[in-house]
Design a protein around this ligand. Structure first.
Ligand SMILES: *Cc1c(COP(=O)(O)O)cnc(C)c1O
Length: 361
């Protein structure tokens, strides 16, 4: 068996021990005689799985009691509509910071339902930085303030949160959830698609402060209404059962094997530093993001020569470093180094880049 180092932006690598455990339990989950894929979501055995997944997420992320955790479907993209439909009104207002395609899509979708306002954008420089925010430009009576915390395509991250006062801060954390400790109490809503750092595709986790639940617009589809899902313990309809089970295994891995989010963060810093230090010293490869806004999870880089980029991507793929081609809007390369990418994977990639640079001077 030869496993590659997968630098995909998502779906992405899962910890090998998680995959092995899932394989071991595939045909007979803990003596139930069934796979988790086959069992009723209303069964006792499944109920224990979803409850444990939530309890672990609460523990690992230190989620306060006045927040609900919802396990939903529809991807992070569904939340672009669900958020305005749940916590704003037809005449309501919200501020958006446009730091990339995902933030822009969220803004455009919200604009269909509410008065969405752009307070800042970094589109002028291909989203290679996080804009400096001026509080005096914020809408004081906005229903929420929206950011995309880690910009998967462009490799930027907020190292400092905007000060929004009493206006609930809403953040898309699809590509940075579980990568480091985060103070949940600073947010009204945190949400993430699972397929970057938590589980396979199919699960969307929404962490929402309780006072924001119960104000959905009349036109809000039942399936988008947080109240419905909160009242039914994410079991209003069939949840993405198997994906939630894998998320539970990933959370056990973070808690027991890694030692929690502080430790996870240390590892992620160490891993990213290795790659950024190399990029800063290389004559051939250059990072595309301003140093102060660099993401720990997604690292875009270029050689400045499209043909050389293509040659590198091809050679890297043949050497077992796959999905390293950059997003079409940035070009070049992007190494996504989520939690499950081992340190050794980045070490080997850097060694490969050094060798490529030597051979292609
Ligand atoms: C991947 C991604 C999305 C889209 O997720 P889907 O689950 O495919 O809808 C949204 N936001 C961010 C930050 C992402 O990385």
């Amino acid at each position: 068996m030869a496993r590659v180092y997968n630098f995909s932006a998502g779906p992405s690598m899962l910890p090998e021990s998680v995959l092995r455990k899932a394989a071991d339990e595939m045909l007979d989950y803990q003596g139930s005689g069934q796979s988790v894929m086959e069992m009723s979501h209303r069964s006792k055995v499944y109920d224990a799985i979803i409850k444990e997944a939530e309890a672990l997420l609460r523990e690992v992320m230190n989620i306060p009691d006045n927040y609900k955790v919802l396990f939903l479907q529809g991807g992070a993209s569904s939340q672009f509509a669900a958020i305005p439909l749940n916590i704003s009104s037809k005449d309501g207002k919200a501020d958006y910071v446009i730091t990339g395609q995902w933030a822009k899509k969220a803004y455009k979708e919200a604009s269909r339902y509410i008065n969405a306002n752009v307070v800042a954008s970094s589109e002028d420089k291909t989203f290679s930085y996080i804009p400096k925010l001026d509080k005096s430009t914020f809408t004081p009576d906005a229903d929420y303030f929206y950011i995309c915390m880690n910009n998967t395509i462009y490799g930027t991250v907020y190292h400092e949160l905007p000060d929004t006062g009493d206006v609930p801060l809403v953040a898309d954390i699809s590509s940075c959830i579980l990568s480091r400790p985060i103070d949940v109490s600073k947010f009204g809503i945190l949400y993430a698609g699972a397929q970057k750092n938590m589980a396979p595709a199919g699960l969307t986790v929404v962490i929402v402060r309780e006072d924001l639940i119960g104000h959905a617009q009349d036109i809000c589809p039942t399936m988008f209404n947080y109240q419905i899902h909160a009242d039914n313990g994410s079991m209003f309809n069939t949840p993405p059962c198997y994906t939630i089970y894998i998320a539970k295994l990933v959370l056990e891995w973070i808690k027991n094997d890694i030692g929690g989010l502080e430790k996870m963060y240390e590892l992620n810093v160490k891993k990213a530093k290795l790659l950024y230090d190399f990029l800063d010293s290389s004559e051939m490869f250059k990072g595309t993001v301003v140093p102060e806004d660099r993401s720990l999870m997604n690292v875009p880089f270029v050689t400045g020569d499209d043909e050389l980029d293509a040659k590198f991507v091809k050679a890297a793929t043949e050497a077992g470093f796959v999905n390293i081609k950059g997003h079409r809007s940035v070009g070049g390369m992007r190494a996504s180094i989520y939690n499950a990418m081992p340190y050794e994977g980045v070490e080997k990639l850097v060694a490969f880049m050094k060798k490529f640079e030597e051979e292609n001077k």
